[in-house]
Design a protein around this ligand. Sequence first.
Ligand SMILES: Cc1cc2nc3c(=O)[nH]c(=O)nc-3n(C[C@H](O)[C@H](O)[C@H](O)COP(=O)(O)OP(=O)(O)OC[C@H]3O[C@@H](n4cnc5c(N)ncnc54)[C@H](O)[C@@H]3O)c2cc1C
Length: 274
Amino acid sequence: MADYLRPVSLDEALAALARPWTVLAGGTDFYPARVGRAIDENVLDITGIPDLRGISTGPWGWRLGATTTWAELIEAPLPPLFDGLKQAAREVGGRQIQNAGTVAGNLCNASPAADGVPPLLALDAEVELAGPPGTRRLPLSAFITGNRCTLLAPGELLVAIRVPKPAHDARSAFLKLGARRYLVISIAMAAATLEIEDGRVVSARIAVGACSAVAQRLPALEGALAGAPVAALAGRVDVAHLAPLSPIDDVRGSAAYRRDAVVILLRRLLRGFA
Ligand SMILES: Cc1cc2nc3c(=O)[nH]c(=O)nc-3n(C[C@H](O)[C@H](O)[C@H](O)COP(=O)(O)OP(=O)(O)OC[C@H]3O[C@@H](n4cnc5c(N)ncnc54)[C@H](O)[C@@H]3O)c2cc1C
């Protein structure tokens, strides 16, 4: 390793990032990517920065600090809006991974199979980035641009994930399909957030992961669900709604299998709201 630094303030971290450092949070993506070779890059460990910890709330919504782990998220007292993200959190690796791995690290690593991305897309989440010119906010849908690609600029840190408060009562859910029940990379996954009034959907946000380089919202399905009674959502899912997806054949499943599986996942997911 060239240098290792564990700053205790955000200012110290941002000052250090004036030269190239690889950011380290929980290390659960960082270390497996370096098995069998020496770590020869400068490593900036952000886990000692108090400002990056914890979940806060205000009239506008919720803010998850960048070093919030999956386990902290699972244990946080959050409304049903977060049920889908918590379901995803419970399926990220096992408890040891959930104790160390961060939600923000999952986004920055930008794997097509990152379980945090679909539920956060369905929550209309934004990322807050801090760098030399100051702080900027981007919709998560714009932040991840491809397989392992984000708009994080050199010298920038993701400092928080922001989730806006919906206009109506809202619930969310998440379903993941893997080759076995736990400790598995997703073949496909689906997340939904529904705003509900008088038993009908006022607005729906649906996202699917592991079926394209970046998880995708399904606007046509979202439109088809608007106004529908909560008890009759699954029947509205149509294969045509999957147009934004571009699944690939790989060791975990064929593109055709993924398409079939997503339709079933979406129907199951929506039945769960009844
Ligand atoms: C056994 C095992 C099982 C796993 N299972 C799953 C699973 O089921 N689902 C799943 O989605 N993932 C899984 N993962 C992957 C990993 O645990 C998650 O992606 C985790 O959320 C990564 O967070 P981290 O804090 O460990 O990131 P790190 O490894 O510390 O960092 C990941 C990347 O993001 C960058 N980074 C991290 N934080 C920031 C920041 N705040 N600002 C800028 N850059 C940053 C780092 O430089 C690095 O490139 C698994 C990993 C292992 C080892």
